[in-house]
Design a protein around this ligand. Sequence first.
Ligand code: KG4
Ligand code: ZN
Length: 352
Amino acid sequence: MSYIDESRRQAEELRKKDHVRILAIESSCDETAAAVIEDGRKILSNAVYTQIDLHALYGGVVPEIASRAHVEKVDLMVDQALQDARMTLRDVDAVAVTCGPGLVGALLIGVSCAKALAFAAGKPLIPVNHIEGHICANFLSDTALTPPFACLVVSGGHSHLFSVEDYGVYRIIGQTQDDAAGEAFDKAARVLRIPYPGGPLLDKLAEEGDPYALKLPRPKTEGRYDYSFSGLKTAFINAVHNAQQKGVSLNDADLAASFRHAVVSFLVDKAMLAADDLNLKKMALAGGVSANRLLRREMEKACARRGIRLYMPLLSLCGDNAAMIGSAAYYRLMRGEIADLTLNAQPALRLT
Ligand code: KG4
Ligand code: ZN
C-alpha cells in the first residue's frame, strides 16, 4: 500500500481511537519547537528553543540565520519532546507540522523534518496553519472551551478578529489594514532603544509610566471591526524624534505607557464593538501580544462588564510553540485532513 493510502487508513482508525497522541513541530519564525499532545487538549511535552539572542544583535529576525538555527535544533527538540513525554516515535499516532504562514526557509525545515519522520514511521502527516495553532492554544489552556467563540489573534505578523464557528471553521470579523499589533510594539520599542523583540520589555516598562503623558491619534479604518496600527506607530516615532530634536526630555516609561494604552484601548474597543453588535458570548485572545499585561486586564474588565466569558492562553502558550500546533492538528485529523509527501511550505497561507 502506498504511504498516502496507508495514512488515510490509519487516519480513519484514529478517529475511533480512545487516545490520540500527536508529535507536532513548529519552525515558522524564530522558535524551534516540538511537542506531544494528547486528544488536542493535554500537553504531554512541550520543548521550545528560542532564537531571540541570535536575532537581537540585528534588531529583528534574519531569515537566513533563523533557517540555519532551525536545522541545528529541530531534531534536538523532537528528541526532547519525545523523551519528556516518555515516548519513542513508534508510540505517537501522527506527526503534525506548521506549513504556513511564516518565513519560507524557516517553515521548510520543520516541514522537511516532519515529512521524513512521518514517512520513516509510516504515520499520517498533518499540516497546520500557524494562526490556527495560536487560536488552539486556548483549548490547551482551558479544556472546557468549545466553539463557537470569537478570537482576537494578535501577534508579530497578524491582527485578526475571527469567529471560530466550529473546530477548524473560521470566519474573519475584522483584520488589520496595515501593520500587526506586535510589529507596532516592536517598532515603538526600537525608538526607546529597547532590544528586539521589544513588545515584552515595553510592556514591562509601561507598568511604571503614565498612559496619558503623550496624546496619540485614534486610528481610523474603513471596516467597522478592522484595525490599523501604522499611523499610531508613525505618530509615536515622530513625537519621540521631535522631542529629541528640541532637547525636550520625555520619560521612557511614560512613552511606553502611552503607546501601550493607545494600542490596547484600540484593540479592546474594536473587539467590544463587534461583541455588542454580534451579541458575542465567548471571547478568546491568542498570539504573542496576548501576553500583554494591559491587554489581559482591559479585556477582563470589558468582558466582565458585558457578561462575556473570556478565555486567555496560559502565558507559556502565548508565544510560538508546538503544543498549540498539536492541538490544532488533532481537530484537523478528526476531520480526516492529512497531507501526502508533496506537502510544501506556504509562506502566505491564509486561514479563511
Ligand atoms: O505569536 P508570536 O510569538 O509570533 C508570531 O507569530 O508573530 O508573536 C510575537 C510578537 C512580537 O512582536 C512580540 O513583541 C509580541 O508578540 N509580544 C508582546 C508581548 N509579548 C510578546 N507585545 C506586547 N506585549 C507583550 N507582553
Ligand atoms: Zn506566532
